[in-house]
Design a protein around this ligand. Structure first.
Ligand code: BV8
Length: 233
């Protein structure tokens, strides 16, 4: 009888990119220290001060060229390839808006909070790849409306992307693994409870116990660049 290779559901957060040099949100020198969340990551903030919000995301988009994937990103990509060769899968759902999972070799990454390198037209909902700066002068390549281009980012109060797909993948997973997230933001922070309610084993790989650590069956603490390759090999 052939043993079916497992389907592993990975939720990643800012901690997996920390050793690549991308600031996390809530660690002491995190992103939000220099910007109040309410100032930049909400639709109201964008309506109130689009120049500030464009600058915040333009700086982060530009910084992507200075960073590269770390051993944690690469270990997940290797595990995904080997599981897929044997009929299993590694489904990566990330809260991160950077492209380090893809640059580390991962495929079909689900960016539930959007992507820095994508833009969205708030007039016609067209989405396009965006490498450079966006501004209030940017025009939509599809409907050519000016000043309705925004970062393709899910802000607070907005519905995360691909929730139906995420819930379906969670339901078919044999294991739920959370990597580098504080468990501060919902609905992502609730995925571990959904996994538990379905009897799926849960593992937390994080620098320290997260806000949801009591929901995990097991945990390993340390830098993702060290503990993820050990777990994944
Ligand atoms: C929504 C934008 C409705 C991109 C972000 C209850 C239920 C549902 C919603 C809510 C709820 N209560 C409140 C809400 C509303 C809100 C929310 O959760 N607020 C919080 C503050 C309480 N949620 C929303 O508004 C969401 N939308 O709910 O819509 C809905 C929901 C479902 C279905 C239908 C309708 C939208 C949330 C998305 C907001 N956008 N980002 C951007 O600018 O980047 S959130 C932002 O926080 C980032 O995406 C980030 O990824 C995310 C979570 O943070 P983390 O990734 O965990 O990062 P953090 O710094 O917090 O933690 C890092 C961790 O790594 C730490 O634990 C640290 O110890 C560890 N670490 C550090 N270094 C390392 C390390 N680990 C390993 N190795 C290391 N080297």
């Amino acid at each position: 009888m052939t043993v079916q290779s497992p389907i592993i559901f990975v939720l990643s957060g800012a901690g997996i990119s920390a050793e690549s040099g991308i600031k996390t949100f809530r660690d002491n020198d995190g992103l939000w220290e220099t910007h109040r969340v309410e100032d930049v990551a909400t639709p109201d903030a964008f309506a109130r001060d689009p120049v500030l919000v464009h600058r915040f995301y333009n700086l982060r988009r530009a910084a992507l060229s200075d960073v590269k994937p770390n051993p944690a990103h690469r270990a997940l990509a290797r595990l995904q390839s080997s599981l897929r060769e044997r009929g299993g899968d590694l489904v990566i759902v990330t809260q991160n808006v950077d492209d380090l999972h893809e640059r580390g070799g991962a495929r079909d990454v689900i960016h539930m909070h959007g992507e820095l390198k994508r833009a969205l037209c708030s007039a016609c909902n067209f989405r396009w790849d965006c490498e450079g700066d966006l501004s209030i002068e940017s025009l939509c390549p599809a409907c050519t409306t000016v000043s309705r281009a925004r970062p393709d980012i899910v802000w607070f109060g907005e519905i995360p992307y691909q929730m139906d797909r995420i819930e379906a993948e969670l339901a078919r997973a044999d294991q739920f693994v959370s990597i580098g997230t504080s468990g501060a933001v919902y609905p992502a922070a609730g995925f571990v409870q959904m996994a538990r309610s379905m009897g799926t084993p849960t593992l937390e790989l994080n620098m320290e116990p997260s806000l949801g650590s009591t929901y995990f069956d097991t945990a390993r603490h340390g830098p993702a660049g060290t503990i993820v390759p050990i777990w994944a090999e």
